[in-house]
Design a protein around this ligand. Sequence first.
Ligand code: NAD
Length: 298
Amino acid sequence: MTTITWIGLGHMGGPMSANLVKAGHKVRGFDLSQEAMGAARAGGVQTFGSMREALQGAEVVFTMLPKGEHSRAVYLGDDGVLALASQDALLIDSSTIDVETAVALHRAAQAAGFEFLDAPVSGGISGAAAATLTFMIGGATEVFEKAKQFIEPMAGRIVHTGEAGTGQAAKIVNNMMLFISLEACAEGSVLADRLGLDPKVFWDIASVSSGNSWALQTWYPSPGLVDSAAANNNFQATFSAVLAAKDAGLALAAGEQTGVNLPAAEIAAQRFQQLIDEGYGNLDCSLIAKYAAPDGKI
Ligand code: NAD
């Protein structure tokens, strides 16, 4: 049994930390949201009123935070992980953030004597609950090897992508492809409906045909077809439009830096921004399907 501190117990961090508890580890959690901490306690995580308390005795620290600015604050702040954790703690950031921040965190951790990995994940909240996430991990090989045993209880696949920041690079590209296939599902689901097709008949065809994708299998934006889809639950977020806009923005910034043209990603990014502008930022990103419907009704 290892003492693990988990910071950021939201949609992803909640079920991921619960799987570490199931694997027999002692998990000490902290989140700014009382609601998130309550849900984590139901999964067997012991929660604390401050990061300082949660970090006591930590042999491993995982963070699962919204954006780069949150990871910077949690690691680099005066009351942050680098200031408060024991130096032999292994640090693993599973948030999806920009490569620059990830590399800066590697450098700061190293300068403070810590081992650190960028370890973003793919698989959504259903993958988090089922412990089938794909982890993409940037950092030194020996640190990767050491970390694997703590990641295994949450993972379907664990891939060492290379040096510092490469986990985030893989994740940003992967999500860009997801958003493009989500836009395809958004347009396809509405067009199939307006052509008079029974949604289930069409979904069954696409799911065994060339229209298939992870988005179709997991986030299809039409109710009653896919258990894990937010469409079944009035688009309550499994992955919020705010976070999708953040990740699409990371891909577009990377495209600008490298001179790569990303017109399809631009459309997906505009759709997520439109949701935010219309006040739907905290709802699920699959609500972009409404923009395919001329009357906005899906
Ligand atoms: P979320 O907003 O549900 O959870 C993030 C949590 O971090 C929140 O509970 C928030 O209160 C907490 N937090 C923020 N600042 C904090 C701080 N300073 N100290 C402690 N807690 C703090 O987000 P999520 O959907 O769980 O996503 C987390 C990360 O994982 C994001 O980077 C996201 O892009 C990525 N991700 C999400 C999914 C998904 O399907 N939801 C899938 C893969 C990756």
